[in-house]
Design a protein. Structure first.
Length: 397
């Protein structure tokens, strides 16, 4: 009844997987000619050296992560029904988390039982990222399963993640169902935003991971003067204005992003208290400091500075510099929220860079909160390192 080819681990390499880890690395897999010939992304039965089935996995002989378990049942089928069951479970969790507001990350890869798959939901529109050869091969089943569970009006594959390269896949952006005309709405934390996943917006269009951090920062915003650096479409800044900030400056190098932020400000009728500045963050922060500008709240949520091991050092210096510049602009007693979304920047190292930056700025302070991503970005218990988002809220003296 072996529907899928078997892939065997080397002797003794099954322990971690038996204990719950979902991956087998290529050096743990017996790469005989038959195994090497399996087409990238194919479903396989992953077996111990002795032949016991550990479960069903997607397999890629050319990737460092050779096999990713999708089910612990070695007789399972990797089909539309399995995907639909996983989508339903993920949907039930999000319904508990966010009630009737259908804007969230619906599927966060391994933690939702679907290695390599990201699905973000914007009401009736769904944006998918298939980041592994396994998920790529399942594209049609993913569409059919999403239709059976959600019946969305539009499904967009936004397959532009750099991790696709490691899996031997091209990047692509294609509509699989319906159509998306221009920017779409996002409802978050009781405010309205817009994003443009089909028109070149970044990632899936919206960074849902910061939802709770935006709410946390905005809870201090009443009457405040706020600077939102790397604002993108205004997730922090517009929410702060919505919660009563007196004056919000949003800074980004992308005009397209700032246009979305302006639209969001209008939708929430806070445009009179919002302004946008197009520029390079490090230069603008220097300029604002020289002009002796001060803010009650400064938010610095940059793109990943560390994208590969080789930029670890330069990236770390980037966070230190950013922390220095941002802290300089905080009025005494004010707040700084600073974040890192670099997978390769461990939390303690990030905290150390922020500490140094504060020291460089000759400012004291205290950490009020150590945060991460919202609960629609769950973490697989065996992959704690996949908790990529780190945030620190500080009061700066
Ligand atoms: N804080 C945002 C997400 C930021 S994403 C949110 O809550 O949604 C990173 C943003 O930084 C992008 O919009 C990108 O255009 C901008 N960016 C990247 N490098 C920059 C730089 N050197 N100066 C200014 N903006 C930059």
């Amino acid at each position: 009844m072996a529907k899928y080819p078997s892939v065997f681990l080397r002797a003794g390499e099954d322990r971690r997987l038996r204990q719950g880890h979902p991956w087998a690395f290529s050096n743990e897999i017996l790469m005989n000619p038959e195994t090497k010939a399996i087409a990238p992304g194919s479903p396989v039965i992953l077996r111990t050296a002795g032949g016991d089935a550990l479960g069903i996995a997607t397999f890629n002989p050319h990737s460092l992560i050779g096999a990713r378990l999708v089910s612990r049942d070695g007789t399972a089928l990797l089909d539309q029904a399995l995907l639909a069951a996983r989508f339903s479970a993920a949907l039930a969790l999000r319904a508990r988390l966010y009630g009737g507001v259908p804007h969230y990350r619906l599927v966060h890869a391994e933690a939702d039982g679907l290695p390599g798959l990201i699905v973000d939901r914007y009401g009736d529109t769904v944006v998918v990222q298939a980041n592994t050869a396994g998920m790529h091969l399942l594209s049609d089943d993913i569409v059919a399963a999403l239709e059976s569970v959600l019946a969305p009006a539009a499904i967009l594959f936004k397959n532009d993640s750099p991790s696709r390269k490691l899996e031997g896949l091209e990047t692509e952006s294609r509509i699989a169902r319906g159509s998306i005309e221009g920017p779409i709405d996002v409802i978050e934390n009781g405010a309205r935003f817009v994003c443009d996943p089909a028109g070149g917006g970044q990632k899936t269009g919206w960074f849902f991971d910061q939802r709770d951090n935006r709410a946390m920062v905005a809870s201090f915003a009443h009457g405040a003067r706020v600077l939102d650096v790397f604002s993108y479409a205004g997730g922090f800044g517009v929410l702060a204005a919505h919660q009563g900030a007196a004056d919000v400056t949003m800074l980004d190098r992308s005009q397209a992003a700032l246009d979305l932020a302006v639209q969001a400000a209008r939708l929430n009728q806070v445009e009179a208290r919002c302004r946008v500045v197009k520029g390079e963050a490090f230069d603008e922060l220097e300029r604002l400091a020289a002009a002796k500008e001060r803010y009650d709240i400064v938010i610095a949520d940059p793109p990943a500075f560390v994208k590969s091991r080789k930029d670890e050092k330069v990236g770390a210096q980037g966070y230190r510099k950013l922390a220095r510049q941002a802290a300089t602009l905080v009025a005494p007693g004010g707040l700084l929220f600073i974040a890192s979304c670099s997978h390769l920047m461990p939390a303690p190292l990030f905290a150390e860079q922020v500490r140094r930056g504060l020291h460089d700025a000759h400012r004291g302070g205290r950490i009020l909160r150590v945060t991460g991503a919202g609960m629609d970005h769950p973490v697989h218990p065996s992959l704690p390192e996949s908790a990529y988002l780190k945030g620190l809220l500080l009061q700066v003296d």
